[in-house]
Design a protein around this ligand. Structure first.
Ligand SMILES: [Zn+2]
Length: 196
């Protein structure tokens, strides 16, 4: 048995396989897709030179809910920075179930240190000036934290989230008094109500 017979990726394949010999159609297509992705990534990063440490604008903390991936990215494009106009590629991003609710609610106590340790790192490494904490409507993690009845209509949901976001703001202020904190609830259409 030879490991050369079972390459784990196209770039590690022995020379005969790189030319396509011995690859089935699926393998060939996979190689093609990897090549296209690599080209797209190279194009996206062309001309940009980012430092791992330096002076950046903000940290976004929000929920793992897949419905808000693009909406949160779009929202960050609308927010003005403290010292620069645009936040594009200018903020760190911490994602956890419930977002800021997960960072402070007792139901998720085991996660709190992880969030605040990461906040400490982005403050010392990226010198961020602002934390943008966004929970969202119809959040499964919020239902786990507060109980389904406590978020059963929009008014109750706003009240419960506001309390947690206020706790989040106080916890950040206590640890890093110089940071400004924006807190809000994102609707499923991407609109953010600033509360907390
Ligand atoms: Zn959620």
């Amino acid at each position: 048995m030879s490991y050369e017979m079972t390459p784990t990726c196209a770039c590690c394949a022995p020379a005969p396989l790189r030319s396509g010999q011995g690859l089935n159609r699926r393998g060939f297509l996979n190689f093609g897709a990897a090549g296209v992705a690599g080209t797209a990534l190279a194009t996206l990063s062309a001309g940009k030179s980012m430092a791992a440490s330096g002076h950046y604008e903000a940290m976004l903390v929000n929920c793992i809910d897949p419905r808000f991936t693009t909406l949160s990215w779009q929202y960050m494009g609308l927010i003005q920075g403290v010292s620069r106009d645009k936040l594009e590629d200018n903020y760190s991003h911490f994602v956890m179930a419930g977002g800021p609710i997960g960072a402070v609610h007792p139901k998720f106590a085991a996660w709190h240190a992880t969030y605040f340790d990461n906040l400490d790192v982005t403050v010392s490494l990226h010198h961020i000036k602002r934390v943008i904490a966004v929970s969202h409507r119809d959040c499964g993690a919020a239902k786990l934290a507060f109980g389904a009845d406590a978020v059963s209509d929009k008014g109750k949901e706003t009240e419960a989230h506001s309390e947690a976001l206020s706790m989040f703001r106080q916890a950040v202020n206590k640890r890093h008094p110089k940071l400004s904190v924006i807190t809000g609830i994102m609707d499923t259409n991407g609109r953010v109500d600033l509360v907390g």
